[in-house]
Design a protein around this ligand. Structure first.
Ligand SMILES: Cc1cc2nc3c(=O)[nH]c(=O)nc-3n(C[C@H](O)[C@H](O)[C@H](O)COP(=O)(O)O)c2cc1C
Length: 360
């Protein structure tokens, strides 16, 4: 079966695939641009762009300037480009939203917490914008909370991403036991979300987490999803900005190497999937990293639990920065992947991957 196109707000994706935002520094302009060129949506991650874009282009930029630069570079040859801005990045959230809107990004995708203020922040900066606002949720309940709040600002999501428990990065559940429950499987979560969204209008629902093959995509489209978001498959491409070590680790890892970290875990207080051999995780198991915070992207009220507790928390900022080619850090890396990363046995180009996914 060929894949249908996907219309969101003012644009149409020829291929109903969104490349998941991957921070820090994994989905930068080179990956997003390559994906956009193939007719899917390329997505830049907003994490730490002040450091990463500055290093990539060789000139010191602040978050606002770096966000604009990254989006412009990703959109240079046309195509549809979004930006992923995580709610958990308290320090730079608003600045990234402002930069993204001024750069004319096609979509702002926001999760890792509920993006309750997003339309208000966007409208405060620009009365009118053609950028689509897309929240990431993990349940119909979370979707209702977002829609109710956004309605107060006179705005409704232009699309919704429903991310299930097999995804990479932070997960929307409190306990590991939750993500194993039948009721939290993506296939189980989708029908109530489709039902809940109907009340608000014709809003496309895009599913994410564990989607690996053309067949998987077709299966979810047949269930009523309008598209898919995929992370791990795009991580394992030549164009992603993961370090060679990270890519090698993805190719080599076995099913049992992929775990969900709870304690020790992410200072963001959410579950986090990773390859257990990740050097930063291994150090945390033995409390080897001195507690400190020198990046501050997830600081809330000037506090991050990794500042004074090196036994229960790894440093998410430095750990992720250690996994991209665009950062310079002496700290050890953290390798986050989706549950299906063990199935990857070689790198592909984005073109090869998209051809495979559309069923050619
Ligand atoms: C290396 C990596 C980094 C990620 N970083 C982010 C992020 O910064 N923000 C976010 O919302 N999701 C992030 N994710 C989740 C992806 O965008 C995507 O939704 C998810 O991985 C989908 O599951 P899949 O990897 O099984 O395809 C990340 C995933 C990976 C693998």
């Amino acid at each position: 079966m060929g894949l249908p196109s996907l219309r969101i707000k003012d644009f149409t994706l020829r291929i109903p695939i969104i490349q998941g935002g991957m921070g820090a520094g994994i989905s930068m302009a080179p990956l997003a641009k390559a994906v956009a060129q193939e007719g899917a949506m390329g997505v830049v991650s907003s994490v730490a762009l002040d450091i990463l874009t500055s290093n990539r282009v060789g000139k010191k930029l602040n978050t606002y300037e770096a966000t604009i630069q990254e989006i412009k570079d990703a959109k240079r040859d046309g195509g549809i480009v979004g930006i992923n801005i995580m709610v958990a990045l308290f320090k730079d959230y608003e600045e990234a939203v402002r930069g993204a809107l001024d750069a004319g990004v096609d979509a702002i995708i926001s999760g890792a917490g509920l993006p309750l203020q997003l339309p208000e922040i966007a409208r405060r900066h620009k009365k009118e914008f053609r950028t689509a606002l897309i929240p990431i949720v993990s349940s119909d309940r979370a979707l209702e909370i977002v829609c109710k709040r956004w309605t107060r600002f006179g705005y409704l999501p232009d699309a919704v991403i429903l991310e299930g428990p097999l995804a990479g990065g932070h997960l929307g559940w409190k306990r590991i036991s939750d993500i194993k429950k039948e009721e939290n499987k993506l296939e189980t979560l989708l029908p109530p979300v489709l039902k809940a969204i109907k009340k608000y209008g014709e809003i496309p629902v895009i599913v994410a987490g564990g989607i690996y093959t053309h067949k998987d995509i077709v299966r979810f489209l047949e269930m009523g999803a309008s598209g898919v978001q995929m992370g791990t498959r795009f991580l394992a491409t030549y164009e992603s900005s993961a370090t060679e070590e990270f890519k090698e680790m993805v190719i080599k890892c076995k099913k049992e190497d992929i775990i969900v970290a709870e304690k020790p875990g992410s200072p963001c207080g959410m579950l986090f999937r990773l390859i257990k051999q990740s050097p930063m995780y291994q150090d945390t198991l033995q409390a080897l990293r001195p507690p400190k915070c020198d990046r501050g992207y997830v600081l809330y009220n000037n506090y991050c639990p990794a500042m004074d507790n090196n036994k229960d928390y790894f440093c998410i900022c430095n750990g992720l920065l250690g996994a991209t080619i665009y950062a310079r850090t002496d700290e050890k890396p953290l390798y986050t992947v989706g549950e299906n990363a063990w199935r990857i046995n070689r790198l592909l180009s984005v073109k090869e991957l998209i051809n495979e996914l559309v069923g050619d």
